[in-house]
Design a protein around this ligand. Structure first.
Ligand SMILES: [Cu+2]
Length: 242
C-alpha cells in the first residue's frame, strides 16, 4: 500500500540505491500540533550509514497538512551530545502553556524557547520547507553527515531527537521578548518561530515510510483553491506537488 510513491520519493529511493550493502536505519515521527495549529503529519528519516567509502547521509521526508500556506522554518532539534537527555514533545500534557512557572510565562503559548527545554536546540535546518495553497507539505531533503557534527554520536542515532515545524498567525502577541519569537506586529501577526508541531523520532522500518503522493483534493478543496486565485493558484499548486 506504500508502493505508490511519487517521483519525489522515487528520486530519494534512487539516491539511497547505491547503499545496497550499507546499513540503513529508519526513524519515524507522528507530528503533534502545538499552539492550536491543527498541523498533523508524518516525518520519516533514512540514515545511510558508513560504507567502505565512509560516506553517510540522512534523508528527511515530511508529509504534513494543516499549515498556513507559504514558507515555514523547520529543524531537527536535540540536546548536545555531551549533554544528551531524553527529549519530550512539549504537548499540553507535559507543558501547560497557561500555567506560569519556571521556563513558562503562562501566556497560553508554547513559545520557541519554552519548547526548547523539551526538544533542545537546532541541529539541522530543513531549508525550503513550504506549504502549498491547501496547507500541505510534501518535502524531502538529504543531509551529507559524513563529517559527523551535532547529529553524530558514538553510535550514530537520532534517538531523543525531534523535528519541530514553526510559523503561524496569532491573534495576540505572545509575552516575553518579542524579537526572540519573530513576532510581526499587526496586521501581519505572523510569528515565524512559534512552534506549530513537533515529534520525537522513533525507530522504524521501511514500511513506516509515508506515502508522499499528494492525494487529490476533494471537490470542495479545489473550489477553495480556485477561489484563492484561479489558474495562478492551480499552477503554483501543480508545481509544488510535482
Ligand atoms: Cu526549530
Amino acid at each position: 500500500m506504500k508502493t505508490s510513491i511519487s517521483a519525489l520519493a522515487t528520486i530519494v529511493a534512487l539516491g539511497a540505491a547505491p547503499a545496497m550493502a550499507a546499513h540503513l536505519d529508519y526513524y519515524t515521527a507522528d507530528l503533534a500540533a502545538l499552539n492550536g495549529s491543527g498541523v498533523s503529519g508524518t516525518v520519516f528519516l533514512t540514515y545511510d550509514g558508513p560504507e567502505d567509502d565512509g560516506l553517510r547521509k540522512l534523508t528527511v521526508q515530511v508529509a504534513a497538512r494543516g499549515l498556513e500556506p507559504g514558507a515555514h522554518a523547520a529543524h531537527i532539534h536535540g540536546f548536545p551530545i555531551a549533554d544528551r537527555e531524553a527529549s519530550v514533545a512539549p504537548t499540553d500534557d507535559v507543558f501547560m502553556p497557561n500555567v506560569a512557572g519556571p521556563g513558562n510565562d503562562g501566556d497560553g503559548f508554547t513559545e520557541l524557547l519554552e519548547g526548547a527545554d523539551f526538544y533542545g536546540g537546532i541541529l539541522e535546518t530543513l531549508t525550503g520547507l513550504t506549504a502549498d495553497g491547501a496547507g500541505r507539505v510534501f518535502y524531502s531533503t538529504i543531509f551529507d553527515v559524513t563529517a559527523g557534527g551535532e547529529l553524530d554520536d558514538d553510535v550514530f542515532s537520532l534517538d531523543n531527537r525531534e523535528i519541530v515545524l514553526h510559523g503561524m498567525t496569532v491573534d495576540v502577541a505572545p509575552d516575553g521578548p518579542g524579537g526572540v519569537d519573530g513576532f510581526t506586529p499587526a496586521p501581519a501577526n505572523f510569528n515565524a518561530f512559534l512552534p506549530i508541531a513537533t515529534a520525537k523520532f522513533e525507530r522504524a522500518t521501511l514500511d513506516d515510510r509515508p506515502d508522499m503522493t499528494p492525494v487529490p483534493l476533494p471537490a470542495a478543496g479545489w473550489f477553495l483553491i480556485m477561489g484563492m486565485g484561479g489558474l495562478g493558484a492551480m499552477r503554483r499548486f501543480g508545481r509544488k506537488t510535482a
